[in-house]
Design a protein around this ligand. Structure first.
Ligand SMILES: *[C@@H]1O[C@H](CO)[C@@H](O)[C@H](O)[C@H]1NC(C)=O
Length: 310
């Protein structure tokens, strides 16, 4: 469903602006339910999500092609099935590609400890080293994170337009002020990386430093950034809190059109499953053309996610 850009509305009178804005912001942009994984049982969701947008949406032909990727092992499918299905639906909607990595050649023979603190970095490195299917950017998301903004504009492309000048190759969300470990600057549960030789170099360095120490991914990246390794400060941008990530104590700070990614870091699996599973039901209701409370819950202006979490 195409929505009018806001610019048009600003020329109209007061009360009309309000009513039109609501019409715009409650509008979804979604493919039909039959093109995403809606009718499937939970145990089939991961595989469907992994293949439904694997090649990107050729019809949509986005100006900027983004390869969305996540890492999920079977122990976490209870909630990762839903984040994968939602992220695949997002990719399908905006013409991007989506894949669930199940492991990484970089992790072969590595202990579980390295998987936990650096599995995301290994996954990102695999995608970069394989050429990212020719995508312009990679959007990495932890398995407990997903894109929830299904309004007319593509939140990822908007963020790139706003924050990624020509020399910017890596966008990270600002993290907590404290920890985990000694990290504070970034949260690495969501990252946008340009498919560019600089990024490959940086992520190789990030990975190799991680294999030599016991620090976590965020601490290590912060160290590289603070020491300006490979001119990191010139090529990295720290995204404001609340855009794609909000603090652990308040992980859902606004409706989807304001906070585009929900990342339930440090939250019990059952809660993740409840929140993401319900959002998926709402999304499928909307994609099937249903109107009503359930479909409204997944709408870009809805505060249902926030309320459900609290
Ligand atoms: C998703 O597909 C890719 C490539 O086809 C494959 O390597 C990967 O293991 C698949 N992921 C899952 C969870 O099956």
């Amino acid at each position: 469903m195409a929505a009018m850009p806001h610019l048009h509305l600003s020329r109209l009178g007061g009360p009309i602006i309000l009513s039109l804005m609501v019409a715009v912001v409650t509008g979804f942009r979604l493919p039909p339910a039959s093109e995403i994984c809606c009718s499937l049982a939970e145990e089939s969701l991961i595989l469907c999500a992994n293949s439904s947008a694997a090649g990107g949406g050729k019809d949509a032909a986005p100006a900027v092609h983004i390869a969305l990727v996540t890492l999920a092992t079977p122990e976490i499918y209870g909630y990762a099935a839903y984040t994968a299905a939602i992220n695949a639906a997002y990719a399908k909607t905006f013409g991007h590609s989506f894949q669930v990595a199940s492991t990484s050649p970089h992790l072969a023979g590595a202990g579980q400890q390295l998987v936990w603190r650096a599995g995301n970095v290994a996954t990102i490195l695999d995608v970069l080293e394989s050429g990212a299917g020719g995508a312009d950017w990679i959007a990495y998301m932890d398995a407990d994170a997903c894109l929830v903004d299904f309004s007319a504009g593509d939140a990822l492309v908007s963020a790139l337009r706003q924050y990624a000048g020509e020399e910017v190759h890596l966008l990270m969300s600002r993290g907590e002020l404290i920890g985990p470990g000694s990290s504070s600057l970034f949260n690495s549960g969501f990252a946008l990386l340009r498919n560019h030789p600089w990024t490959v170099k940086l992520v190789r360095l990030w990975w190799s430093e991680l294999t030599k120490t016991t620090g976590n991914d965020q601490e290590m990246l912060e160290r590289l950034y603070r020491s300006d390794a490979l001119d990191a400060k010139r090529h990295m941008v720290v995204l404001p809190i609340g855009l794609f990530y909000n603090e652990i104590g308040d992980p859902i700070a606004g409706p989807p059109q304001e906070q585009h990614v929900i990342h339930l870091a440090g939250v019990p699996s059952e809660v993740r499953r409840g929140v993401f599973g319900r959002f998926w039901q709402g999304l499928c209701a909307a994609a099937s053309g249903a109107e009503g409370a359930l479909a409204d819950e997944a709408s870009p202006s809805s505060t249902a996610l926030q309320l459900r979490f609290v």
